[in-house]
Design a protein around this ligand. Sequence first.
Ligand code: ATP
Ligand code: MG
Length: 250
Amino acid sequence: MGKIISVINQKGGVGKTTTAVNLAASLSALEKKVLLIDMDPQGNATSMSSIKEENFNTIYDMMADPKIQAVYQTKMPFLKVIPCNADLTSAEIELLDAENREFVLKETLDRLKDKFDFIIIDSPPALNILSVNNMVASDGIIIPIQCEYFALEGLSRIIQTMKSIKNINPDIEIYGILLTMYDKRVKLTYEVENDVREHFGDLVFQTVIPRNVKLSESPSFGMPIILYDVSSIGAKKYLELAEEFLSKTE
Ligand code: ATP
Ligand code: MG
């Protein structure tokens, strides 16, 4: 059975999409069968997956109609993707009236789960009904954070939300907290890192993702970092993260 992982943080721009796409690509490079799902109406993970089809179906279509297929092959043999577009914003509103509104994604993924080793979901920068669906469908979450003031406050909000999700998905766990855009030259980086490691111990990945210009360039080429520049430090670190993740979960 595949493990389902949501990459989640209500704060914008902390590296959720970069992490979802590059962890998915790195796991697939290690020959794990991976499905990446874009659950953010901004569609950034979709753009980074450069699917060939122009009029693709989306996760929104699949959630609305079980007969619709929206699983697409990427350039990496072991990586498939379910894209989205701005239509997913409508789902946010429509779901509010649905009877089983927290379970719609879970029901969709139950039909796919046994075809993959890992399903990785990119989340919007909000704790809304879409992120709730992501967490209800997931076995665990990965929380990327930037080493800045209020990072800890943000973290405790997500963890609080996750605890309330346990009422309907009791087994959900934290797979790890990931320090992103890590910059050794900034003193605050060390302070925040120390605080986070002190509070959360083993829940924090040993691997940290440094600020790397190649990581910020790769989206405009519609590629994960290992296709864009495999020798970059960003590519190396996301591969390292995939290995650490596997050693923690397998
Ligand atoms: P949103 O909340 O808007 O969905 P996000 O949390 O998904 O944002 P990303 O889109 O992954 O964040 O990253 C924000 C910006 O920072 C992007 O332009 C991305 O390319 C860049 N970025 C992410 N990680 C790194 C990194 N390690 N080094 C340099 N740039 C990075
Ligand atoms: Mg994003």
